[in-house]
Design a protein around this ligand. Sequence first.
Ligand SMILES: [Zn+2]
Length: 149
Amino acid sequence: MTGGHRFQDPLADLYELAAGDILVVCPRCGRRAVDVPRPGGGRRLACAACGYVVEAQAGASSVWGGPVDPYFREPLWLRAECCGGHVLWAFNRRHLDLLDGYVGARLRERGDGPGGMTLVARLPAWMKAAKHRAEILRAVDRLRRTLED
Ligand SMILES: [Zn+2]
């Protein structure tokens, strides 16, 4: 194999990605806030720009599968409309890197782990379409730039 274009699905799934930090739009000031895991299983959403803080207890209900924070239901920071009305979204930088790696790869290899429902296996068809590749990569770049300040 010649390196550079092969992407191996690291078996990450949405739950695992969301166990780390999640970037959200601050409900008070609209700038970038972060939802972080707390010892004991709860979550804490905090905005460094305006001082907004809210906490969720361990075991609180969560919502999955759209461009919102599963714990606090605030809009994700990493969200971009592309490819005719679809929304590209990511919880955090690692998630964005995964999407980037998947879409940018010429060869793809499905991880073969238990469960089989990895992030990559579950990506919507529009994200897997070759004709959308360039536009998706541009959207990923745009989102990556919002993490630089
Ligand atoms: Zn704020």
